[in-house]
Each structure stands twice: as structure tokens, then as C-alpha cells.
Design a protein around this ligand. Structure first.
Ligand code: PEP
Length: 255
């Protein structure tokens, strides 16, 4: 395996934060701080901020993503947004299967698969989230849980389509809690995921796919986590809401 062959991606998940004015201000503060980044930089904003973010990042090295999309192209799904509308505003990425959607909005491995399918069909790059609960880690079943999540989520996804998928390993016990997985725990899980991709697809696909760690990554711990062979980037929640903190993580991924 050769980490240097893979694209490092640092993506911010703003969750349900930032008005349009705040989104514009945050991006304007961020752009000069990350302009020389040697990794991909993405901000995943609330739907209503997408257009503002696309305009504010125009001509820069920062890309924009959404935090979910529906599986249907349109129709009677009150309150939902299809992948085509995300694409239409100029966003290029979409987070699918975040643990908060699984926990609060009834997301299942099957609906994660359907949303992934819809996003790929629309030409979006998917940041596909997986990760175990605290009790599942304590029971020693991280690999079973993450393995099932990914096998189901990737059902019907071809090796060619896999090039438009980034996997984000996010242990649920580390998200928004301030508790970070140790660099060794992150590496162990990301290595397991890479081996699974080799089994499901091929050694080449496994070598090429970007696997992020997410869960309380911040300016202080990013360098150690990102130094691991199988950790190719980060999905960042809280620390993506402050430009200097997010930029410090981007800098850690750029060395
Ligand atoms: C996330 O929302 O994907 C996340 C990792 O959040 P935090 O960095 O705040 O733990």
C-alpha cells in the first residue's frame, strides 16, 4: 500500500449551523488560510447555504458538499432534497449515512445504499459514513458492524463508481464528544476497511480509495491521526466551524 498515491481529503461537516451570511463570512475567512493546501478541501453545508457556499468558493480550491440527499429523483417526499438539486446548485460532494442521520432520522444501511446510488447516478462524490457505537466497540464487534454497513451501502456499486466514493470511518462514540479514537484505533479500523474493499473489489481499488477518520479531530490531534498509513483525511464537525481550526487540520494533511 502506498499512501502517497491517494488523495487526502479534509471535509468539514457544518451540521445544522451557519446562516447564509455566516457561511459567506466563514468561507471568506477560510479561503486565504487554505489556498496553498496540498489536499482536497470540502465544506459540507446545510442545504440553504449551498448556493452561497458555491458562489463564495468560486475560483478557489475549496469544494462544496451537502450533508444528505434523498434516493428518489423527485416526487411526494415532503421535506426532502434529491441529488439532482444538489448538483444543480454546483455542489460536488454529499455526505451519506452520517451517524446523526442513523440515530435521529431512521437512516438504515439499506437507505444509505439507495441514497448512495442516487448520488452516484447524479455524478456527486459520496462521503460514505460508517462506524460503531460505544457498546459495539466494547463488545469487540467493530469489524462486524462496519463490515455490514459498508457491504450493504456499496451493494450494486461498481469498481468504476467506487472512484467517486470516499469512506469516512466515524466511531459514533467519538463524534461531537471530544473523545477521539487513538491514532492506533483509527488506523486499525481504516486498515480493516481497506482490506474489506480489497475483498469486495480489488487490491487496486483498495489502494486507491480515500478513507477518512472522523470524530473530534481537531488542530491538536490531526497530525498524529493523519500520519497513519491508512488514514487519508478527515471528516470534521465542530472544528470545521472556525476557520483557523479547520485550516490547521488542512495544514496537517498537507505535509
Ligand atoms: C462529524 O460530524 O462527522 C464529526 C466528526 O463531528 P466532530 O468532529 O464534532 O466529532
Amino acid at each position: 500500500m502506498n499512501k502517497s498515491k491517494r488523495a487526502a481529503v479534509i471535509a468539514g461537516n457544518w451540521k445544522m449551523n451557519k446562516t447564509r451570511a455566516e457561511a459567506k463570512a466563514l468561507i471568506e475567512e477560510l479561503l486565504p488560510l487554505v489556498k496553498d493546501a496540498d489536499c482536497s478541501v470540502v465544506v459540507c453545508t446545510p442545504y440553504l447555504d449551498l448556493e452561497t457556499a458555491v458562489n463564495a468558493t468560486s475560483g478557489s480550491n475549496v469544494k462544496v458538499g451537502a450533508q444528505n440527499c434523498h434516493w428518489a429523483p423527485g416526487g411526494a417526499f415532503t421535506g426532502e432534497i434529491p441529488a439532482s438539486m444538489i448538483k444543480e446548485v454546483g455542489a460536488e460532494y454529499v455526505i451519506i449515512g452520517h451517524s446523526e442521520r442513523r440515530q435521529y432520522f431512521g437512516e438504515t444501511d439499506e437507505t444509505v445504499n439507495e441514497r448512495t446510488r442516487a448520488a452516484l447516478d447524479e455524478g456527486l462524490t459520496v462521503i460514505l459514513c460508517c462506524g460503531e457505537l460505544l457498546n459495539e466497540r466494547e463488545q469487540g464487534i467493530m469489524e462486524e458492524v462496519v463490515g455490514k454497513q459498508l457491504k450493504v451501502a456499496l451493494g450494486g456499486v461498481s469498481e468504476e463508481e467506487l472512484k467517486n466514493i470516499i469512506i469516512a470511518y466515524e466511531p459514533v462514540w467519538a463524534i461531537g464528544t471530544g473523545v477521539t479514537a487513538t491514532a492506533d484505533q483509527a488506523e486499525e479500523a481504516c486498515a480493516f476497511i481497506r482490506a474489506l474493499i480489497a475483498k469486495l473489489y480489488s487490491a487496486e481499488a483498495a489502494e486507491a480509495i480515500t478513507i477518512q477518520y472522523g470524530g473530534s479531530m481537531n488542530a491538536k490531534n490531526a497530525a498524529e491521526l493523519l500520519s497513519k498509513e491508512n488514514v487519508d483525511g478527515g471528516l470534521i464537525g465542530g472544528a470545521s466551524l472556525k476557520a483557523p481550526d479547520f485550516a490547521a487540520i488542512v495544514a496537517a494533511a498537507s505535509v
